[in-house]
Design a protein around this ligand. Structure first.
Ligand code: CMC
Length: 440
């Protein structure tokens, strides 16, 4: 039984936990949050009561203090350092958002110039990395290349590995944000059998990425402002998202004082899964599988069938339970991009809109509060822009690097470093005696 009370000596609230078996009781402090639920401090629970808390999937667990991103899943609010995602998506650009996430404030003009110059300084990668790419099969998934190459950066940039040196941490952070588009575009070019394209520091972050992806030496590349703006928006919307699986992975890896490149590679590995960053790729695959509006009802029925593992990709969210604020922004971008391109992807988009309409009117999806998430629209936009589905999660990784790096910096700058070490509810055998093979 947990009852909210206040301690008598000071006004700080506590809950009293009473073990109904032993009648032992413990006062647990309630620590205030600036926004969202306050947290019950259970750090002494094991020591004082010999209990662990049990929360698989961490649905009720705050794993850290953070001042970077706030999400109210019920109200559909997403704030970075206090600024709403809708405002950032319409008024800011990705590099400014990256600065905001890392530094905590929007940059002045001078700070912004300095930040841009730092990013530009690191856009190229060590030439030796090219031989690293050559070790992969041409049909390798680009995320496999990303995990390998980003992890390998620790073998190339020895002067930014010491996490106790603030200047080195900053250098590693700049290198990661700056090199990620180059590494991502190289992964694509490698799988296409096309020459790598060096970065062009005259272009914006998004224009440069599009150029490294889609230009070839035989033809001049002219950036399309509608497409680079849409891509920049996708980057902004994916830049950070509080303590999601990949960010928690980065923090957990970093808690052992692993170097920043290794930590971000761990985050990329976590992001790859279809329940996280792989969802927009899964959305496209699903739309192709559905194929025609006439088949939508069959797939909706499958998604609702408990005995069928099929889920409607791009629907539902662990945190947002009413709407995903990022999805609304991208819904608009999807219309803009498809209008600009007069795209051949229009039928796919129309299929997606029909699926969205039918699902949103279906009792199952209404009752379970399942609605389109950001990935539902980002996949359609990226496909129309010419990105192959295998690159979708890679783009997510490029954007999320800003968040990972910010969260990693926040963690390593905490006064007390504690390695992340969850416990478990053990449900296996107790002690038993070893039986020799001939007696089994
Ligand atoms: N299609 C059909 N049923 C669903 C879906 C779906 N997409 N999502 C959840 N449900 C059902 C689920 O079967 C469960 O039903 P019941 O209560 O009868 O067992 C109920 O809704 C709650 O699901 P859950 O798995 O307990 O919810 P969760 O919060 O653990 O899962 C999720 C969140 C995103 C993993 C899940 O909704 C899902 O698998 N969605 C499809 C994949 C997807 O779009 N992922 C991208 C997430 S957004 C990107 C990001 O921010 O990283």
């Amino acid at each position: 039984m947990a009852t909210p009370t206040h301690t008598s000596d000071d006004a700080s609230p506590t809950v009293t936990l009473i073990d109904n078996q032993s009648q032992k009781r413990i006062e647990l402090a309630i620590l205030p949050s600036n926004e969202g639920p306050d947290v019950i401090d259970v750090r002494n629970l094991y020591r004082d009561m010999n209990y662990f808390t049990y929360d698989p999937g961490f649905t009720s667990t705050a794993s850290c203090d953070s001042a970077i991103t706030f999400i109210d899943g019920e109200k559909g609010i997403l704030l970075h350092r206090g600024y709403s995602i809708e405002e950032l998506a319409s008024r800011s650009d990705f590099l400014e958002v990256a600065y905001l996430l890392i530094q905590g404030e929007l940059p002045s003009k001078k700070q912004r110039q300095k930040f841009d110059a730092e990013i530009q300084l690191h856009t190229m990668v060590d030439e030796q990395l090219i031989s690293f790419y050559n070790g992969f099969r041409r049909d390798a998934h680009p995320m496999a290349i990303m995990v390998g190459v980003v992890g390998a950066l620790s073998a190339f940039y020895h002067d930014s590995l010491d996490i106790k040196d603030l200047a080195q941490c900053h250098l590693a952070s700049m290198r990661l944000i700056s090199k990620m588009p180059t590494i991502a575009a190289m992964a694509y070019k490698y799988t296409m059998g096309q020459p790598f394209v060096y970065p062009d520091n005259e272009l914006t972050y998004s224009e440069n990425f599009l150029r490294m992806m889609f230009s070839v030496p035989a033809q001049e590349y002219v950036p399309n402002p509608v497409l680079s703006r849409a891509l920049d928006r996708i980057f902004i919307l994916h830049a950070d998202h509080e303590q999601n699986a990949s960010t928690s992975t980065v923090r957990l890896a970093g808690s052992s004082q692993a170097n920043p490149f290794a930590c971000i590679a761990a985050g990329i590995a976590s992001l790859w899964g279809p329940a996280h960053g792989g969802a927009n790729e899964a959305v496209l695959n699903m739309l192709n599988e559905i194929g025609h509006k006439d088949n939508i009802h069959e797939f909706i029925a499958r998604a609702k069938d408990k005995n069928d593992p099929f889920r409607l990709m791009g629907f539902g969210h662990r945190v947002y339970k009413n709407h995903d604020p990022r999805a609304q922004v991208l819904r608009e971008s999807a219309h803009e991009v498809l209008t600009e391109l007069g795209s051949t992807e229009q039928p796919l988009f129309e299929l997606a809109m029909e699926l969205e309409r039918i699902a949103l009117e279906d009792d199952y999806f209404i009752e379970k509060k399942l609605f389109p998430n950001v990935d539902f629209y980002s996949g359609i936009i990226l496909k129309a822009m010419g990105f192959p589905t295998s690159m979708f999660t890679v783009l997510f990784a490029v954007a999320r690097t800003a968040g990972w790096v910010s969260q990693w910096n926040e963690m390593i700058n905490e006064p007390v470093h504690k390695i992340g070490r969850p416990r478990q509810r053990y449900i296996g055998y107790g002690l038993r005696e070893y039986v020799p093979t001939e007696k089994r």
